[in-house]
Write a protein that binds this ligand. Sequence first.
Ligand code: 1CP
Length: 363
Amino acid sequence: MSEKPDSAQRPALKNDRYLRALLKQPVDVTPVWMMRQAGRYLPEYKATRAEAGDFMSLCKNAELACEVTLQPLRRFPLDAAILFSDILTIPDAMGLGLYFETGEGPRFERPIQSAADVAKIGLPDPEGELQYVMNAVRTIRRELKGEVPLIGFSGSPWTLATYMVEGGSSKAFTKIKKMAFSEPQILHALLAKLADSVTEYLNAQIDAGAQSVMVFDTWGGVLSPRDYREFSLQYMARIVDGLKRESEGRKVPVTLFTKNGGMWLESIAATGCDAVGLDWTIDIADARARIGDKVALQGNMDPSMLYAPPARIEKEVADILAGFGSGSGHVFNLGHGIHLDVPPEHAGVFVDAVHRLSQPYHQ
Ligand code: 1CP
């Protein structure tokens, strides 16, 4: 099942505007994809998930993971595919016992509570415990047939640690903050292991065929500016330093996304990443003025805008395009994941509007 990547046999990329925009090279129209573009807002996803049995079985079945990756691309002219998997694959492979409680989100049977718990953790082998992810990457690349590039991803060390220490999703992050502020050496030992593991995992995804990678720092924005640098940014910078930046004769762009990280754009851009993901709480014109000379920007429509009537969605797309202005360096996206109860047709309106309304900005 784990055929070796063979770039010589791979078809040339037909639509590379997503990769070009991340490198600020000229494009014909602004590329667009949607965070969480595969998922429960699509009836065909629910059917495939039911066939798999549960969410992790879906992730572990390369053919079905490939199927749900491609589903949104059959409906909408998206400019990139994103691997169907989850950020919690690494903690699961580290032996924490991931499970999903219906309606409750992810949970761990054995959360991290002590220095001894951290010491016990080994780095998972990307072609061992995590081989199912690499098999999904290889299968998706084969089935994409060069139509659009494939994005690989991971959670940031801080974001993964929040789930591992809290034992699941959290609102107040009390356990991990207690650890950060009273026993910081334990948390740093965990974050260092996670940074090494994420680096190996993303490099293996690149070897398996991912053409760009993104780090999701969903919970970095719950930290103070100083604590963000110490517990999140520093480890993402270490990952950026350790990543392969070229594969199959092309650059492999890296995008960092800290939700609620608008205050810290300059320091995120200074890590050496190629692009910075923006949530909707920042004006993209301000973001471009601050860091647009260094990096590309990805974002940033409020995902709740997809509840609005089509004309309102189109106006929002037009306003964000005008905010970014002319030239390359913008990948249109939602500022966070698509909600599970938006009408799929509204996602289509959004994608079409980006392509149609962005033409004048690329002449
Ligand atoms: O079908 C289901 O019931 C499971 C829901 C689900 C899905 C569809 C989970 C559980 N994960 C996923 C897929 C997923 N997760 C993708 C797929 C690719 C895509 O189409 O975009 C990606 C990129 C993720 C990444 C992810 N998982 C993040 C980072 C991005 C973000 O949204 O902030 C986070 C924080 C997770 C954790 C997670 N996994 C699943 C859920 C419900 C959650 C969030 C729990 C929470 O709110 O704390």
